[in-house]
Design a protein around this ligand. Structure first.
Ligand code: GLV
Ligand code: MN
Ligand code: MN
Length: 418
């Protein structure tokens, strides 16, 4: 932390007010938020954040996959020091997941504007399209396209369950921008996010300096069989996709237990056709989310799942199709940025711990291309992807101050990243 910025602090009341205003858009029961990517609610959220970016004097650009970046000039032309996250949510989201990282970035800019403070390198705040991957797969789509890891054209063609294309929806809501993707190489990327897990709270620690993200694999298994009468069809003559779906869900749990931590497996959706009480299901579509910090173990989990799906299909006389909807290897962050975050947290009087992330994040897309790390703040009860998601204001303030000092240090080239 340089001498003249030691006393710089963010304004928590202003950050909380912005969080509250954005949380009104797509508000659902229980004080939660549903702002699925590229819906009308996402558009309204985007419009509000863009207005704030303009009000703060940022130069706002929209790229071809709808990522929005607001930039504040530095005293020198050079690569931007970037922060940001996402403002789309899962269907049962809270007000912090993603949103915090974007609005904290704006609060950093606002605080610097208040002080009339300049940095050497430009600073940018971005929000990236479809991070959650609930409506269109894969997740982290916008940031991965932005950094050249996913193909723009293929992603523009991706469809939601109702057949709407990403391209069509971007145009419909007015966020099909004209800035090329895979062109920006940032000087550094730092993302503030709620932990979404129990570790910080359980250990009484305020700041997580995130050093890696675990690997993620999304599989979709489609069984096809035969519908028939539930009362008259002998068990031995069934081609029952409902049974197969249940087998996959149970297998996922047993697989995770058998492999042990850190393997986790989640069956989050099962769609059945025709989904009637007295009709054997002729089709079931099951999604499976598998994660592990170790790539070899993640691949082993995948192989065992695939083999089990094939075995069920063979024994029940079903057709099976196994698709991969998302595949991200474990991602290490830059230890120099992790240490900078750790040092800044300590200088600001916060307890801090270096830790991996269990959730996926936009920062993963930047990590291979520029020095990258993340800052976590505690999630009360470790709850997220749930309307009850909550983080104490003191922790939001601490995390945003760590973000501020980390960005300033990077943008003033006080940390050697050469
Ligand atoms: C992103 O929110 C994830 O599923 O980790
Ligand atoms: Mn998130
Ligand atoms: Mn999320």
């Amino acid at each position: 932390m340089s001498m003249d910025t030691n006393n710089l602090r963010i304004n928590i009341a202003r950050l909380l007010d912005r969080l509250d205003q954005l949380a009104q858009i797509g508000k659902i029961d229980g004080d939660g938020v549903c702002r699925l990517a590229l819906t009308d609610e996402d558009k309204a959220g985007r419009d509000l954040v863009c207005r704030w970016m303009h009000d703060l004097g940022l130069d706002v650009s929209v790229d071809r996959v709808g990522n929005v970046i607001g930039t504040r000039a530095g005293t020198e032309d050079g690569p931007v020091v970037l922060t940001g996250s996402h403002i789309d949510t899962v269907g049962t989201g809270g007000r912090y997941d993603g949103t915090l990282g974007v609005l904290a970035g704006l609060e950093v800019i606002a605080s610097m504007n208040d002080m009339d403070m300049q940095t050497t390198l430009p600073l940018g705040v971005g929000f990236f399209t479809n991070e959650e991957g609930v409506r269109f797969q894969p997740d982290m789509m916008g940031s991965m396209v932005h950094q050249g890891h996913l193909p723009l054209d293929g992603m523009l063609r991706s469809k939601d369950r109702d057949g709407a294309t990403l391209d069509g929806e971007l145009n419909r809501i007015g966020y099909a921008g004209d800035v090329d993707v895979d062109t920006m190489r940032a000087a550094a990327f730092v993302e503030l996010h709620v932990e979404q897990g129990p570790v910080l709270e359980q250990r009484g620690i305020t700041i997580g300096a995130v050093d890696s993200v675990q690997g993620l694999l999304w599989k979709q298994i489609t069984f096809s069989g035969t519908s028939n009468h539930a009362g008259t069809t002998p068990m031995s003559l069934r081609h029952d996709c409902g049974y197969a779906a249940g087998e996959i869900a149970t297998f996922g749990r047993h697989l995770a237990i058998d492999m042990g931590e850190p393997q986790v497996v989640t069956v989050g959706t099962i769609l059945m056709e025709p989904n009637l009480i007295n009709v054997i299901a002729k089709q079931s579509i099951i999604t499976v989310d598998l994660r592990n910090t170790d790539l070899t173990l993640l691949r082993e989990a995948e192989a065992r799942l695939d083999a089990h799906a094939n075995n069920i299909a063979a024994s029940e006389g079903l057709d099976v199709e196994i698709e991969t909807l998302a595949r991200y290897d474990p991602t290490p962050f830059d230890q120099r940025v992790v240490d900078l975050i750790t040092d800044n947290a300590m200088t600001l009087g916060c307890s801090v711990r270096q830790m991996p992330s269990g959730a996926g994040h936009d920062a993963q897309a930047f990590a291979p291309n520029c020095p990258t790390a993340m800052i976590f703040v505690p999630s009360v009860g470790g709850i997220s992807h749930n309307v009850a998601e909550y983080t104490e204001a003191d922790d939001l303030e601490a995390g945003t101050n760590v973000l501020l000092h980390t960005l300033v240090s990077l943008a003033n080239r006080e940390t050697d990243l050469s």
